[in-house]
Write a protein that binds this ligand. Structure first.
Ligand code: ADP
Length: 495
């Protein structure tokens, strides 16, 4: 029954471009035969056909052109007109009567063709539009499935917030990381300022996630680390990126976020830091004793040959170097664990710089360190830690510049702060490395610079010291033309 209704109802066939040939042909021929049987058999008046047949034919043309397009309409018209000629022929018309009937049939043929053709053409256009739309929908659905499969295969968590579809979705990995299915409706927000925060809070946690900022403010978030406590109480460390997706007129349509679970990495790093901390503590005690014994040995060395004296001096220098390295390692792990403490006081900075230069000038005969600061400048800082920063900048300037070049140290007083600069004429730093060199254990990986000894801790420690004094540290200069390092410190106590 359903099949029959589908076959006969032209509306259910909209969008299907399968047009029948036999059905309209047989139906219209049958209509003519029934009409003839009625006229001759039932009405017993061959001329009674004209009164109702036009009505039936018009209906049939409309029906078939709407059901089977131009083809259906043309078949219905052809059979009808053929039948009209058959009537003219069989009813014995002559003279004017024949002429009128013939002309009327021709006019009707033109009108029927126009009717059937127009409806048929419209029907075919509708079918085409529906077909294209269905195809596009299928394609979009297929694309979605494909994208979802790709996303599910990724080893990284992906979140997608779609403003148009008002949906928050995630891939398999994000559900594994966060331990719950991520699905939200972006519609449910009672909060005007951050319209989507509510949905995210429900789905994720009570924190403004980078994806919310990307969606609401259009922010691009790069490698932000956030902590997340899962329902099973596991503490996670996540590295999150997020970006808005905009249309051509720059309106935000959606936002996408990738989330890496770096908990294991963090734990490993933690264990490594613990190990470095322990190892440097363990190393510090024997090195301090070694230093003391070497001092003692030097004092007791009278009447020894020059060669032995040189050997002991060299041992002393190397032990000093070892001592500095262990101290740096300890400082790095203090920074990592938040245990780098300061004893701040007011002191004259240029005196400290002058003294440090005197000590370091001793270590290099070929380079001249020139200090231009003469005015007395007070700063409020940890004297030893500031000494450490100046020493680090100066030893680097000595290490990374050729012999015979000068190193210039300058102090500039500004409102509420002073800026110290250390300029050298050495190998310089590429602009892309200017911020990286202040990162922990970072060293420029230029094969030509491999020859310089070091571990990449000095600038990291200096940066932390300056930062904790609410100052700044930065570098200027060009590769091959030398560099100038700057750091600033407050002149007054800041609470
Ligand atoms: P280290 O000198 O022990 O390698 P630092 O943290 O002091 O570590 O410096 C990090 C990196 O910055 C160095 O490896 C070097 O490549 C670069 N650098 C530091 N100071 C200078 C300088 N004055 N000129 C050129 N490069 C420098």
């Amino acid at each position: 029954m359903k099949k029959l209704a589908y076959y006969l109802n032209p509306v259910t066939r909209l969008g299907i471009r399968k047009y029948s040939f036999l059905f309209p042909l047989l139906f219209n021929i049958s209509l003519c035969i029934v009409s003839e049987v009625y006229a001759y058999g039932i009405a017993k008046n061959p001329n009674s056909v004209g009164s109702y047949i036009i009505f039936l034919n018009v209906f049939s043309i409309i029906y078939f052109s709407f059901r089977d397009g131009i083809r259906g309409g043309v078949i219905a018209v052809a059979v009808t007109i053929f039948y009209y000629f058959y009537i003219i022929h069989t009813r014995g018309y002559t003279g004017v009567q024949w002429d009128t009937a013939f002309e009327t049939t021709l006019i009707l043929a033109a009108l029927y063709l126009l009717l059937g053709g127009t409806i048929g053409w419209l029907k075919q256009r509708i079918d085409m539009l529906i077909g294209t739309e269905t195809q596009a929908r299928h394609l979009a659905e297929e694309g979605k499935i494909r994208l979802q499969t790709i996303l599910d295969q990724l080893p990284v968590g992906v979140l997608l917030a779609d403003v148009q579809e008002k949906k928050l979705e995630g891939n398999k990995q994000i559900e594994k990381i966060l331990g719950k299915p991520i699905r939200g409706n972006l519609n449910r927000s009672p909060d005007y300022k951050s319209p989507y925060a509510y949905a995210f809070e429900k789905a994720l946690s009570p924190k403004e996630w980078p994806i919310v900022r990307a969606l609401v403010k259009g922010e691009i978030v790069n490698s932000e680390e956030i902590e997340f406590i899962r329902n099973d109480k596991k503490h996670l460390h996540l590295r999150v990126n997020a970006a808005p997706i905009r249309n051509k007129s720059n309106a935000i349509l959606a936002a996408v976020s990738t989330i890496y679970d770096i908990t294991q990495e963090k734990e490993l790093e933690h264990r490594k830091d613990d190990f470095v901390n322990m190892a440097s503590h363990e190393l510090k005690t024997p090195i301090t004793s070694m230093k003391l014994y070497i001092d003692l040995l030097k004092k007791r060395m009278t009447d020894v040959d020059e060669r032995s004296e040189k050997i002991v001096d060299s041992i002393q220098k190397q032990t000093e170097r070892l001592h500095e390295l262990v101290n740096d390692l300890l400082d790095v792990s203090r920074i990592q664990t938040g245990k780098l403490h300061f004893r701040k006081e007011e002191f004259i900075l240029n005196t400290l710089i002058g003294e440090t230069i005197d000590v370091l000038q001793e270590t290099t005969k070929n380079q001249q360190i020139i200090f231009t600061g003469k005015d007395t400048i007070f700063v409020y800082a940890d004297r030893f830690r500031v000494y450490q920063v100046i020493t680090n900048l100066l030893t680097n300037a000595i290490k990374y510049s050729p012999s015979g070049s000068n190193i210039i140290v300058h102090i500039q007083k500004m409102e509420g702060k002073i800026v110290v600069s250390v300029a050298d004429k050495g190998i310089g730093i590429d602009p892309t490395q200017r911020t990286k060199i202040f990162e922990r254990l970072y060293q420029v990986t230029d094969p030509k610079e491999k020859t310089f000894p070091g571990l990449g801790m000095g600038l990291y420690i200096s940066k932390e010291i300056v930062k904790r004094h609410r100052g700044n540290i930065w570098v200027e200069g060009e590769k091959g033309k030398g560099s100038t390092f700057y750091f600033s410190l407050p002149t007054k106590k800041i609470h």
